[in-house]
Design a binder for this molecule. Sequence first.
Ligand SMILES: Cc1cc2nc3c(=O)[nH]c(=O)nc-3n(C[C@H](O)[C@H](O)[C@H](O)COP(=O)(O)OP(=O)(O)OC[C@H]3O[C@@H](n4cnc5c(N)ncnc54)[C@H](O)[C@@H]3O)c2cc1C
Length: 386
Amino acid sequence: MDSYDVVVVGAGPAGSTAAWRAASAGAKVLLVDKAVFPRDKPCGDGLTPRATKLLADIGLEHQLERFHRVNRIRLFHGRRTREYPWPKREGFPTHGYVISRMRLDDMLVRHAAAAGALVSQGSHVIAPVIDDDVVTGVRVRSGGREEEIRSRIVIAADGASSVLGRAMGMVPNVGSPLGMAARALIASERPDDDALEVYTIRHHRGFALGYAWLFPLGNGLLNIGMAVHGTDPRWREVGLTDLMQLFLNRLPAEWRVPSLAEIRREGTLKAWRVPMGLAVWPPWSAGILAAGDAAGVAKPTTGGGISKAIQSGLISAEVALEALDTATGPRDLSTYEKRLEDTFGKVYETGRRYLRVMSSRVARRLLLTGPGIRLAARKMVGQADA
Ligand SMILES: Cc1cc2nc3c(=O)[nH]c(=O)nc-3n(C[C@H](O)[C@H](O)[C@H](O)COP(=O)(O)OP(=O)(O)OC[C@H]3O[C@@H](n4cnc5c(N)ncnc54)[C@H](O)[C@@H]3O)c2cc1C
């Protein structure tokens, strides 16, 4: 039976960076994913300056340069349009990128492998292995075979519907913010541009917050999508496809974007959920840490989760490495809670409060005015991770 210091389940941004960090420190690491890379993941593909900085910090700065660079956010609210260049913040770049997840995640898996992590693709983790209430490995199904892989610590980075999270009761807490988003990749005749475009959307039912986006991947290719989120459970009744149709209708005819029926036929229209605002709490159990969407770490105001997945992936690996060296070992991983709280806690508390307030129709009417939107945009852009 194979045995590792750290087994990381899920090779999205959270898992691959966790594997990279642990392997770079000399740990024996296995990174497991059910997919074979390169693989698609429904996402807006938008990387903020924070995500760009984190990727540069782990040594990928030069590899980013071949992708489409964005220097600003352009916000559309009603008939008004405003631009917000990414601000100058110490230690942060003043640009981001739009990179398809097919390419970003593939690059991250390779980076983890180059640091020494063993990568097992096409391997489906079906359950944790538990001994004396401590997770000591995972059960994996691969090519019709099932096997048990032992690990001193497991990092669950298996995304928003985490198998390991469900098995361990590490699921989003009731009432925690949750987003739903859909995206499509479309070819257009729109000239390439250096802005992430965000459109506020009003929807008929009025109990969710939402926005649409149009992110340029270069060469006329656009990532187009919409996100709705809220704390009022009725927001789930909002039809993302209907909203997508309304959004497509408002794009200029000369861009020659495909119709919704054509987009559907091409198969790039995909929706997925985004647990947000430290939704899974505590995000650990004896022998196991959750990172990325499996921990619900996306930003509660926007649902942006790539930079947060990377941050939590790095932190989870650091906590795992520390635990391997201490007397308590992997039984008590509570320092992870503190590290996440220190990193995200303050900003996320404000975000959760904002979502609660905005769940009220009256508050929305008062705040979703031109000045309210401008203030929120300036605050978000100012954090370099709108
Ligand atoms: C439509 C949409 C648009 C978005 N747009 C943006 C954006 O523009 N910018 C941004 O910052 N964030 C965006 N997000 C959020 C972002 O996509 C996520 O927060 C981010 O992908 C989380 O990364 P992760 O590594 O935690 O999980 P994931 O990227 O979901 O990776 C999880 C991995 O785990 C693997 N896995 C799952 N189950 C198993 C299993 N049982 N066994 C083995 N492997 C398994 C999967 O194959 C996958 O590779 C968007 C989300 C959606 C849904």
